[in-house]
Ligand binder design. Structure first.
Ligand SMILES: N[C@@H](CCC(=O)N[C@@H](CS)C(=O)NCC(=O)O)C(=O)O
Length: 227
């Protein structure tokens, strides 16, 4: 059976998890603290980042985008990355945008609510959050609002990697307790809610919430599981 290594609060772990569930693949999840760079961790991924996929024969594959692309080739049904060249480029670009520009915002919100207070003992500063959103959110969320579908999926109405990556990042804001403003960005917010209501995404909810509680109370990720 596959093993998926990584702290489940990571949007990149979440993306890979949802992708594997949508494929109907069985796997065991192993917590792996991304900040605890043990020899074992660096042997799995010298870049010291999560997620890492462990194959049944002990082969390791790192990086959520590489893992998803690999699994798409090994398990082509159901297709989650379009075969058409142009649609594939669009889907992978949206995945990249989710992993970088969007994740940068959502992760910052998560840090402001969960990690910074846990590590400094200072409560969240609502003015700082509000200033950050006013300055940074429109550039990304106005764009996503303009491309979000009214119903269905974002690329060729075929659910896949772009929908998963976008939702995996935005979920950080739910976990932080400050969900995306659905009055300001109604179409994107409704589209996001459709993705996270899928069984594949709901299957990680409990562990995500539990992992966030560990970050909130200790300032650290859950301890790395044994191999
Ligand atoms: N491009 C990578 C990004 C992975 C990544 O940055 N993961 C973070 C956790 S969300 C990490 O492992 N950080 C550890 C570190 O930067 O030391 C992917 O898609 O897997």
């Amino acid at each position: 059976m596959y093993k998926l290594h990584g702290a489940s609060s990571s949007p990149f772990v979440r993306k890979t998890w949802i992708f594997m569930k949508e494929k109907g693949l069985e796997f065991e999840h192993r917590q792996l603290d991304p900040l605890d760079k043990t020899e074992r961790f660096l042997a799995m991924n010298p870049a010291g980042r999560i997620p890492i996929l462990e194959e049944p024969d002990g082969n390791f594959i790192a990086d959520s985008s590489v893992i998803c692309d690999y699994l798409e080739r090994v398990h082509p049904d159901p297709a989650l990355i379009p075969a058409d060249h142009r649609q594939r480029a669009r889907a992978l670009w949206l995945e990249e945008y989710a992993d970088t520009a969007l994740n940068g915002l959502c992760a910052r919100i998560y840090w402001m609510y969960i990690l910074i207070p846990a590590r400094t003992g200072k409560p969240v500063d609502p003015q700082e959050v509000s200033d950050f959103k006013t300055e940074q959110f429109p550039g990304v969320f106005d764009y996503l609002e303009s491309v979000a579908p009214d119903g269905g999926a974002i690329v060729n109405d075929q659910f896949g990697i772009a929908d998963i990556a976008l939702a995996a990042a935005v979920r950080l804001m739910d976990l932080a307790g400050d969900p995306l403003d659905a009055t300001r960005w109604p179409r994107f917010a409704a589209y996001y809610r459709r993705t996270v209501s899928r069984p594949s995404a709901q299957s990680i909810d409990k562990i995500d919430i539990a992992t966030t509680e560990v970050w909130r109370t200790t300032g650290n990720a859950p301890k790395t599981d044994p191999p």
